[in-house]
Design a protein around this ligand. Structure first.
Ligand code: PEP
Length: 253
């Protein structure tokens, strides 16, 4: 019922030449006619316009990795939502754990960014997830609940019609240590139940919830076959066209 959504977060990798090569390899690897999933790539800001041109004849969609919360103005070094729209972005990753920890982005900032993205029709991929310390303390559900409540504060069901949530346990990101399919499913089910309570069962049923954290070609199938896992947000493994294509193919029923 829910279409799988596989997104690749390139992070701070690939200059313009690397971008051209990776997109060209990916288009060769993917037999796009047979891909039932929605595929999104999120290159760095400097590659977005080129990526958009290269993807014109493709079903692969384009996303950014971040944006600023204000619409325009004196914010040296920042990139606005309309700038992203103007270079062909359809999605934006918000609240990634690297933004939360390295750049000290809190729930309030993320909430404002989600509102700005929605106002301009950019689809948010809203990342949440607990640290290892929080998991070991047994407060995973509490942490995730707070992030959802604060991140989506004052947003209605209709505001959120294009929302994607990405559950990314911080201890699994870039560590090679993925959550087991059971651990991931347990949290995804909790998030769907929470959305059902905060909004409605209908809205929760159609919400795409991706898993992220060391998804690789060899663990994707099992993770993606869990009932509440609707896709993957992929870091390291999306930088190689062959492994990203294998993950996309693993999402096929
Ligand atoms: C990420 O950064 O969102 C991510 C999931 O990274 P990795 O796949 O490398 O763990």
């Amino acid at each position: 019922m829910r279409k799988k959504v596989i997104a690749g977060n390139w992070k701070m990798n690939n200059d313009l030449y690397g971008t051209i090569n990776l997109i060209s390899d990916l288009k060769k690897e993917l037999n796009e006619k047979n891909v039932e999933a929605d595929v999104i790539i999120c290159p760095p800001f400097t590659s977005l316009e080129t990526a958009s041109t290269l993807l014109k004849d493709s079903t692969i969609k384009l996303g950014a990795q971040n944006m600023y919360l204000e619409e325009s103005g004196a914010f040296t070094g920042e990139v606005s939502v309309s700038m992203l729209k103007s270079v062909g972005c359809e999605y934006v990753i918000l609240g990634h754990s690297e933004r939360r920890t390295i750049f000290s982005e809190g729930d309030q900032v993320i909430n404002k960014k989600i509102k700005t993205a929605i106002k301009f029709g950019l689809k948010p991929i809203f990342c949440i997830g607990e640290t290892l310390e929080e998991r070991e303390k047994g407060i995973t559900f509490k942490v995730v609940e707070t992030q959802v409540q604060n991140g989506l504060k004052d947003l209605s069901e209709s505001d959120l019609s294009n929302l994607i949530i990405a559950y990314e346990p911080v201890w699994a990101i870039g560590t090679g240590r993925n959550a087991t399919p059971q651990q991931a499913q347990e949290v995804h089910q909790f998030i769907r139940g929470l959305i059902s309570k905060l909004y409605s069962p209908n809205f929760a049923r159609q919400l795409v919830i991706q898993y992220g954290g060391s998804v690789k070609a060899d663990n994707a199938k099992e993770l993606l076959s869990q009932p509440d896992i609707d896709g993957a947000l992929v870091g390291g493994a999306c930088l190689n066209a062959d492994s990203f294509a294998k993950i996309i193919n693993a999402s096929l029923r």
